[in-house]
Design a binder for this molecule. Structure first.
Ligand code: DX5
Ligand code: ZN
Length: 222
């Protein structure tokens, strides 16, 4: 089953609580929250106070994608704000293991994200510590970009690296997911599909848009 994580980056920022309730009612499986610092990526978005304000609007899991430098400074704040899953980028620093332990110590699910140019193999020695890997299929920073198809190969490599794990590794894919591209990401081995513009900016209502992602035809290969 395809799990859909609407990215609120493409929602109406003047009505975020309402938007979250609407995608929850429309069949979203988790809520993807893109946190950007204007440093690790060239855009600025939302911080822990906004996450906290949104928490009462849904019981769905908050999937917090930290596109920020020095994420260790903010893990506690996002944990206290109500994050369920915190994902940091592999590229942010040299002490990824310590960062992942920080997240796990707060009894949250821990994820690591890979930019399009970062190889899957860089996670080989930390994979057992992770609940999830988030594969970027665009360069992070903005919604509405086209998928970089070459990045899908990484999902298959991660599946392969994780094949001997005791608990299943969740693989989430982020960037340019539409009813046309989702089948290929699924064929590569992804379980969770982030979708910003395909949910919030496509022609249908949110239920139709989520259904279009869940039910578009499977692909034979990535
Ligand atoms: C990009 C963000 C994505 C973004 C996806 O940096 O991490 O989550 O919102 O947007 P779409 O689905 O429009 O590519
Ligand atoms: Zn994201």
């Amino acid at each position: 089953m395809r799990l859909i994580a609407p990215s609120i980056l493409s929602a109406d920022f003047s009505r975020l609580g309402e938007e979250i309730r609407a995608v929850d009612a429309a069949g979203a499986d988790l809520i993807h929250i893109d946190v950007m610092d204007g440093h690790f990526v060239p855009n600025l978005t939302i911080g822990p106070d906004v996450v906290k304000a949104l928490r009462p609007h849904t019981k769905l899991l908050f999937d917090v994608h930290l596109m920020i430098s020095e994420p260790e400074r903010y893990i506690d704040a996002f944990a206290a704000a109500g994050a369920d899953l915190i994902t940091v980028h592999q590229e942010v620093g040299v002490h990824l293991h310590r960062l992942v332990q920080m997240i796990r110590a707060r009894e949250l699910k821990a994820g690591v994200s890979l930019n399009p140019a970062t190889p899957a193999a860089t996670l080989e020695d930390i994979l057992d510590e992770l609940d999830l890997v988030l594969v970027m299929t665009v360069n992070p920073g903005f919604g509405g970009q086209r998928m970089i198809p070459g990045a899908l190969k990484k999902i298959t490599r991660l599946r392969d690296l994780a094949r001997n794990r005791e608990k299943p590794l969740l693989i989430e894919v982020d960037g340019g997911i539409t009813p046309e591209t989702i089948g290929r990401a699924e064929a590569a081995g992804a379980d969770i599909f982030v979708a910003g513009s395909a949910v919030f900016r496509a022609a249908g209502d949110y239920r139709e848009n989520i259904l279009a992602l869940k039910e578009s035809p499977p692909a034979d290969s990535p």
